[in-house]
Design a protein around this ligand. Structure first.
Ligand code: OXD
Ligand code: MN
Length: 592
């Protein structure tokens, strides 16, 4: 399909290494994809679901040992350990290439080598980039066809350029002992072996769009971030864009697809979704920061998704969607997961394909669940009822505000604004979330996850902070304003105080009003916090004193927080920018 010399050379080398029976280029045509779906159904790799209720939808099950990203087996193989930094696993690239080639050698015997040319971002967009993934899995081909823009047109845009990311995926025997997800940022290369789970094998997503792209952004002067992008439309019809970073399990997809409370809907407020997971941001000709969503679909967590928690996400999964590790309802050949509705299926197979006994279901015991807690849907973004009309436009949307957030029971107030870009970078660098009962391990343990990029930054995080500071200098007074939100403050009994979900719109409105100089705030030691009367409580069952409580900044709690940030900063050594040390010292001084 191409005579690009760098592509042809790499593909020949890969072919010689993996020894496939057959080679198939993925051209992006519906006929070819349909043929692959038929093949996958025939081999049992996918199950076709009820065509009337879920047209074009399929179910896939992974092996029970292969159900999530594997951070302990994910490596950044930069030329030096220092380039990977203190937050990544590192291995010498030559040593890792040798190890991976030994695992991959001959692993396609009896299999087909699929070659997927794909674009991250609308094809031809000045912010988009191109990759080629080689895989021996039809499931990967069909997921990539939803999550990215694929096919011949991509190669036309690439021409004879060498600016493309090499991605090799070998399923091998799905052996967890020999599973490696490896990135070679200086070589534009990703190699993933012995897994068939999405986050490890859809190489355009976390591997390229975050780990490799964050490195490229550093070198080329742009940003690849673990952020949703939403457009907030006001009653005048104006749309302002927000990019927001949260660690896993903080409701990113829900915020990206939020439905405002009724009284705001009636006034004409609306949220448009541009992206739910990743943002690529570049400075535009007018000096502002423009963002695209490099993805073309949603790889969302199924459990907990329902018409109340996220109507728009659920609607997105109603056609042309691949479900992974959810339960199969045999009564009508549809899917089910915990939290979808209260009707536990009485005749179903669990995510492993075994008969499921609804009478034994115990919320406290995950081993009784029908769907795996990390079961997923891969849904086309265009299915989403609130997808932004800017989604497919390559120039990106101008970002007014950047929002950080995490799960903090007592510490961060509902919302606050940083005092400057530098102060905002400080807030992002110290971002943290507390573990919940939903995850294994102790409850309430604080995990620092700078900019929600801890598992995704493809280079030294000290350099990454420096890059953020440099971007702020370039943007000057055109820089987006930076905020922090916390939907998760709890009362003494551990109950959430703020209702969250659609009511988060009340906070987004304050954020946009602040960007436009229309809302008031009170200066505190940590930044600008709204006065209670600045947050609209119309139609909400909450009194102003309760709101005052979750806007409060407790100096004793924050003194402890500052000490913990100091500890967190130690691991970056000399790479920690002095500006951030100064920010921490300023905070400490203000608290005393
Ligand atoms: C994801 C993640 O799957 O962040 O998006 O883990
Ligand atoms: Mn994510």
């Amino acid at each position: 399909m191409t005579d690009n010399k760098t592509v042809v050379k790499w593909l020949n080398e890969v072919k010689e290494l993996v020894c496939p029976d057959k080679v198939v280029w993925i051209d992006g045509s519906e006929e070819q994809l349909e043929e692959l779906r038929r093949e996958a159904v025939q081999s049992g790799e996918m199950i076709k679901l009820n065509e009337e209720k879920l047209p074009g939808c399929y179910l896939h099950r992974t092996l029970p040992n292969d159900v999530a990203r594997v951070e302990d087996r994910t490596f950044i193989c930069s030329r030096t350990k220092e380039n990977a930094g203190p937050t990544n696993n590192w291995c010498d690239p030559q040593e890792m290439y040798t190890k991976l080639y030994n695992i991959a050698r001959g692993s396609y015997k009896g299999r087909t080598m699929y070659i997927i040319p794909y674009s991250m971002g609308p094809i031809g967009s000045p912010i988009a980039k191109i990759g080629i993934e080689v895989t021996d899995s039809i499931y990967v081909v069909l997921n990539m066809a939803i999550m990215t823009r694929i096919g011949e047109k991509v190669l036309e845009v690439l021409g004879d350029s060498n600016d493309w990311v090499r991605g090799l995926h070998c399923k091998c025997n799905v052996d967890p002992e020999n599973r490696y997800i490896c990135h070679f940022p200086e070589d534009n290369t990703i190699i993933s072996v012995n897994s068939a789970y999405g986050g490890n094998v859809l190489l355009g997503k976390k591997c390229f769009a975050l780990r490799i792209a964050s490195y490229q952004g550093w070198k080329e002067g742009w940003m690849a971030e673990h952020m949703l992008i939403l457009g907030l439309q006001n009653p005048k019809g104006e749309v302002k864009y927000i990019a927001a970073a949260f660690p896993s399990a903080c409701g990113k997809t829900n915020l990206a697809m939020l439905i405002p409370p009724e009284y705001l809907r009636k006034k004409g407020y609306k949220i448009w979704t541009v992206g739910d997971d990743i943002a690529w941001m570049k400075i535009g000709a007018d000096g502002r920061l423009y963002a695209i969503n490099p993805e073309n679909g949603f790889f969302g967590v199924a459990p907990g998704t329902n018409s109340h928690s996220n109507f728009n996400a659920l609607e997105s999964t109603k056609k042309n969607t691949i479900f992974t590790n959810v339960a199969l309802n045999l009564d009508d050949n549809t899917v089910w997961w915990e939290g979808l509705n209260k009707d536990l299926p009485q005749n179903a197979l669990d995510w492993k394909g075994n008969p499921w006994d609804a009478s034994k279901f115990d919320k406290a015991d995950k081993s009784t669940y029908a769907a795996h807690p990390n079961s997923r849907f891969t849904a086309p973004a265009k299915n989403c009822p609130c997808i932004s009309e800017e989604f497919d436009k390559g120039e990106g949307v101008p970002i007014s505000a950047i929002v950080f957030g995490g799960r903090r029971a007592k510490c961060a107030p509902l919302v606050y604004q940083s005092k400057s870009w530098e102060n905002g970078v400080f807030i992002g660098s110290a971002m943290a979330s507390e573990t919940t009962a939903a995850a294994a391990g102790a409850v309430g343990v604080v995990r620092r996850d700078p900019m929600a990029m801890l598992p995704f930054c493809g280079y030294n995080m000290g350099d990454y902070f420096r890059h953020w500071l440099d971007m702020g200098k370039k943007l000057g007074d055109k820089a987006p304003k930076i905020f922090n939100v916390n939907w998760f403050r709890t009362d003494d009994d551990g109950n959430f105080i703020w209702p969250g979900f659609g009511d988060n719109m009340r906070v987004l409105n304050w954020i946009i009003d602040r960007c436009e100089g229309k809302a008031d705030a009170k200066e505190t030691a940590i930044g600008y916090v709204p006065r209670p009367e600045d947050i609209d409580l119309t139609d909400l069952d909450m009194d102003i004193d309760t709101l005052k409580g979750i806007l409060a900044v407790d100096k004793d709690v924050w003194k402890k927080e500052a000490a913990e940030i100091e500890e967190h900063y130690k691991k970056f050594g000399d790479k920690l920018p002095q500006e951030l040390r100064d920010q921490l010292n300023e905070l400490k001084a203000k608290l005393n």
